[in-house]
Design a protein around this ligand. Sequence first.
Ligand code: C5P
Length: 229
Amino acid sequence: MPTGLIAALDTTNPQMAQRWAGQVAPHCGLLKLGLEFFLANGASGLREIDQRPVFLDLKLHDIPNTVAGGVRAVLPLRPAMLTLHASGGAAMITAARREAETAGAERPILLAVTVLTSMDASALHATGVAGGPRQQVLRLARLALDAGADGLVCSAHELAMLRDALGDGACLVVPGIRPAGSDVGDQSRVMTPGEAARAGATWIVVGRPITQAADPAAAAAAIAAEIAA
Ligand code: C5P
């Protein structure tokens, strides 16, 4: 399956999100709106974005009943994708999936976040995890998929390991992507769109290289062309 492009519209400003959405939607399969947009503007803010489909990146993590309630609350917004933390455990993920199923064929795809890419081995160890990050990513990936997640958010550098372990079926969504020559910003271990596509990403997520470009539409078009090549 060809790799798709997701544009991350990271802003609390609804007019800016709408402007970016209009510029980049023709070149993207999904528009990602995250915690900062949703906390600032809520469901009504999301409804005002004209373009669809939307990936609602809220990284839910709570007791199963509360996460199921959160999924229920956002289903009327018809998000195509939703995220939750695999470390919330199997019962939490299963509860989210059960709730998502109530939307029928239009249900959101559930993606599990394993180990945050901002955490290195020592940060992970400090939380009580004995194994290294890769071991923990694989453990949580299997747990999440067995419990009902459709796929995973992962770093480009975990793609090969996860494709090997999980096969072609899992949906792997990959942030931390930088076109050759663009500003790395606060991302540390980046890959180009083409490299991530070849390594087996189902979707790549690109934020600032698109939104901070002088011409966001042209930046998105160039990335879409690179992953299609
Ligand atoms: O601007 P940039 O391309 O770095 O944006 C990447 C997007 O992916 C942001 O919305 C960020 O929150 C998200 N993300 C990430 N790393 C993760 C998970 C999500 O960068 N591990």
